[in-house]
Design a protein around this ligand. Sequence first.
Ligand code: ZN
Length: 432
Amino acid sequence: MTGVVDFLLTGAGQLVTADPGLGAGPLGLVERGAVAASKGTVLWAGPERDLPDLPLDKRRTVRLDAEGMAVVPGFVDAHTHLVFAGDRADEFAARLRGVGYEQALAAGGGINRTVRETRAASGAELEAATAGRLVRAALHGTTTLEAKSGYGLTVAVERRSLEVLASLAARTRVEVVPTFLGAHLIPAEFAADRAGYLDLLEHEMLPACAPLAEFVDAFCDRGALTVEESRRVLEAGRRAGLAPKLHANELGSTGGAALAAEQGCVSADHLLYLEPEEARALAAAGTVAVLLPGTSFLLRTGRSAPAGVLRDAGVTLALGTDCNPGTCYCESMQLMVALACVHGGLTPEEALLAATDGAARALGRGGRAGRLAPGSACDLVVLEGRSYLDLAYHLGVNLARVVVKAGTVIARSGVDTGILAADVEGSLLHGR
Ligand SMILES: [Zn+2]
């Protein structure tokens, strides 16, 4: 790697590279570490005493002293439903009183309600709401984030949801990875003609939406799509140039995980119900398991994805917030790391790796994001804490002291210093 250094971080008490070749253990942990980068890409990472004599752009180099704090790769959120209008706080309260998620869905609440509210919102309203969530995620250290459509379920509103993401992506430094989820649910107006909805999805929605998306996803579960319906969506998505992902085995053993393996999905997400042979099939297919511990925690069923089964099968693990208005309204990957440990049975090392390198793999960005190694994006978080263990241990507060995206400081101590590019910030409410 060559290049003039324009970003230099020193003084990391612990530097988590997430590259086992660069340091100790699976986290590639380096004591008293340093990172040098050029034009947003890491040139060098390792012990500060070994920092090579690289050419420095003396006038423009961003210099950061981590002052003994721990430094981790920027978080990669592998699964969000960021684009929606309205909220379902009252439904959350009802769930605390004992009304089940599937009960609310059957009564016209749940996703159906957010679909109604999202359809009623203007593009500008949808974009402003989504931008707010994206900024909150970045303030908590997320530097790459997947986001799905799926609350429109019409050609126009699915397209509008992906346009909101494209518009946001153009004016934020956070990398936004768009997923088409027109198969989130069969909308109420197609309840008696499920195949009719899938015809619409395949022949009208996909041509309108695929140019704005990278992945296709389906909610394969009880009360949503069947295995056969989901297979049709994934195959149609692939023909339209999208890589497949799948919501699988969240509400029951519904065959979603096996379908994800069969279809060679980049990721299978949720997996609260998972048999060892399904886990082995995912491992053999190279499908990453995206665990969403916030959702399983808030559903209060006591169930989480079986860490031991996944570990034994050697499945690559990733984490996501699942940020959505129904089952987990949270943008913080820090909290997901903590919940993955205290509720999901992962070790702190597994959880942190899943929130960085693993999540990048779940988005087809392995090695490019979620690592601090030569050639990776210079995305990092200086923590308010001397150990990465604080992410699980020091609970419920924002530990992101400094957030760096591609060599630029985008947040300091909870304040936005460049998440949304300043020159276009004024266009926030310009409507479509
Ligand atoms: Zn989801």
